[in-house]
Design a protein around this ligand. Sequence first.
Ligand code: ATP
Length: 262
Amino acid sequence: MAARIDVDLQLTVVDGRRSFTLSAAFASDAAFVALYGPSGSGKSLTLQAMAGLLRPTAGHVRVAGRTLFDAATGTDLPPAARRVGYLFQDYALFPHLTVRQNIGFGLTSWHSRRLAPAQQARIETLMQNFGLSAMAESRPQTLSGGQRQRVALARALACEPQLLLLDEPFAALNPMLRDELRLELASACRQAGIPALMITHDVEDALALADEAFVYEEGCIVRRVDLRAGVQVEMRREALTGAAPQAATPLRARLQRMLLGG
Ligand SMILES: Nc1ncnc2c1ncn2[C@@H]1O[C@H](COP(=O)(O)OP(=O)(O)OP(=O)(O)O)[C@@H](O)[C@H]1O
């Protein structure tokens, strides 16, 4: 069983006359969790709040028994102390840094660019594990899409996180590369042995990778789908009535309907 993720977030973001309220709570012991839903439903805000890039007004974030944020007690760990790895949508690799420097970037600070021997050894091990050693001195623009994803993953794992946050890791990839990278990502996460939380718009991403999915609509989580057991729970209804999970056959089409709300 993976480490438990326990999240309850309440926050409002305002941009001019537009405002958006996120009110999302979920808990999971699954090794791979998907946050699934339409564009603008609050998935990225959830990840940002979990990583400490955005401060909720109420709620908590707990990972593997550690409290990263709790509005009630005033706990609010800075991003660097959260031990959360973040894989950005476009990987956000630094074009002027080599593969080795990109992977080590999060381990350095503005006042010290030098790495301790143990940190250097960790970077070498990560490069070896991800098949990147031969291109350690290359810049990101000379790498394939798959190699870039592996560099970004290695960088997210360099700080020895307890949780990996993946923001649409397959967006903007062609379908063939998408299939290949899904397999690579699944095996990298298994190898790392830490829970992963992935945002996606794509049902196929969720079906290929996730054990459990939470479905977003307009800033709220409306449904939990256990993709291994083929069980869904309406979260709004559950909150009101405590309704029991509905059994379902574990067929792919049925799971798709669960994710799509059909
Ligand atoms: N910093 C911000 N200030 C104001 N509004 C914001 C901010 N960040 C996001 N929003 C708004 O909050 C809403 C939810 O955004 P969010 O990025 O969480 O959606 P999403 O579900 O991740 O969408 P997508 O799948 O397209 O990335 C959107 O309407 C967005 O415009």
